[in-house]
Each structure stands twice: as C-alpha cells, then as structure tokens.
Design a protein around this ligand. Structure first.
Ligand code: FNR
Length: 185
C-alpha cells in the first residue's frame, strides 16, 4: 500500500479553547488512510517583513520546511471582521517569499471555516481563497465547509458530536484526498 500523504493543517486561531483548533484536531481523526494530517503551528511566526529575508528568523525557516514537506494543506480558520485573522495572512505571506521560491507553489489546499455564528465564517473562507490565488495554492472548490454554531458541535472530549457535521467533514476529507491525487503533488 502506498505511504499516506502528509497534509499540513493550519489553525487560524491562537487561543487555547479555539473551536477551530477543536475542528482541526477532529479532522486528524477523520482523515482517510491515504492522508496523514499534522498541525503546522503558525502562532510564533514573526510578522512578515522583507528586511528579515537577509537573516531569516528560525521560525520562518522551520515553517517553510514543514510546508514544503507536505503534499497538501488544509486551513481551518475563524472569521475576524468578515475576513481572515492576521495570523493566517501572515503565514500565507511568510510561505510565499522569497519571490519565486514560495513553498505554496501548486500545492493542493482546502479551507474549513468555523464560527459560533450562523454564517460559518463564509467571509473568511472566501477572503482566504483570494489570498491563495497568487501564491498558487490549488484550493478545492467542492465540497465547501462553512461550519456555523460552533459552540454546539463538540463533546467534552473535543470530538465532533453532531453527526451530520461529522459526516460532512468525512466526505470533505475524502474529496480532498481525490483533489490531492488530481493535483499530482
Ligand atoms: C470575531 N468573531 C467573528 N465571528 C464571525 O462569525 N464573523 C466575524 O466577522 C467575527 N469577527 C471577529 C473579530 C474578532 C477580532 C474576534 C476576536 C472575533 C467571533 C469569532 O467567530 C469567535 O470569537 C470564534 O470563537 C473565534 O474562533 P476560535 O478562536 O473559537 O477558533
């Protein structure tokens, strides 16, 4: 059997009790056998500043290496003021430079947005799609995952307690496995 493909999971919230982190952890357990999901941390990345490219911060190098080693990436993000949290945009920017040597190039990607609100962080989901166009992340179009009412979704142990949402995420990950195959990375 072929080795499972490593997929980096980036969590857009930095707070400990984050619903998005709970979702990311739940995805780790729901992935098909062909994918090995692993959280790639973004909270310690210094803010992108081109001047630092002459003496690259260790956290940037480590992040770039981790992403480069992945066959694909899944972003799990909240919405801040109808857009993406700064931490997510910073990670996209850090991975996109130096110019011509970005680590996103052609990688298959997927976006899950999670909010306690009813709209499932739709605005963040699509703002992130826009930010991933130039770095050339091949973002999966279907199925989409706008996950609302986050406060009602998780059991005490952090598992996904709402069956239709869990089933949707299983289908989402199966579709992502096929998307990764199609992108041929
Ligand atoms: C929010 N929140 C929020 N929610 C939403 O659905 N749309 C929005 O535009 C915003 N804007 C926003 C701005 C800022 C600065 C904060 C801190 C929060 C609420 C947000 O969805 C909620 O705090 C989530 O719990 C954040 O996700 P995590 O941390 O639980 O993963």
């Amino acid at each position: 059997m072929a080795e499972a493909k490593k997929i980096g999971v980036l969590v857009g919230s930095l707070r400990k009790a984050s619903f998005n982190r709970k979702m990311a952890k739940a995805l780790l357990g729901l992935a098909p056998a062909g994918l090995e999901l692993e959280i790639v941390e973004i909270g310690e990345l210094p803010l992108y500043n081109e001047d630092l490219e002459s003496q690259v911060p260790a956290a940037w190098s480590s992040f770039r290496q981790q992403i480069a080693a992945c066959a694909g990436v899944i972003f799990v993000t909240p919405e801040y003021n109808r857009s993406i949290p700064a931490a997510v945009k910073n990670a996209v920017d850090v991975g996109s430079r130096p110019y011509g040597k970005g680590v996103w190039n052609g990688k298959p990607g997927a976006i899950v947005s999670v909010s306690p609100g009813a709209l499932g962080a739709f605005g963040a989901n699509h703002a992130l799609r826009q930010a991933l166009v130039f770095p050339d992340v091949q973002v999966m179009a279907q199925p989409e995952a706008y996950i609302g009412n986050a406060a009602t979704l998780f059991a005490e142990d952090g598992s996904l307690a709402v069956e239709p949402v869990k089933e949707h995420m299983v289908r989402f990950l199966q579709a992502f496995e096929a998307h990764v195959e199609r992108c041929g990375k």
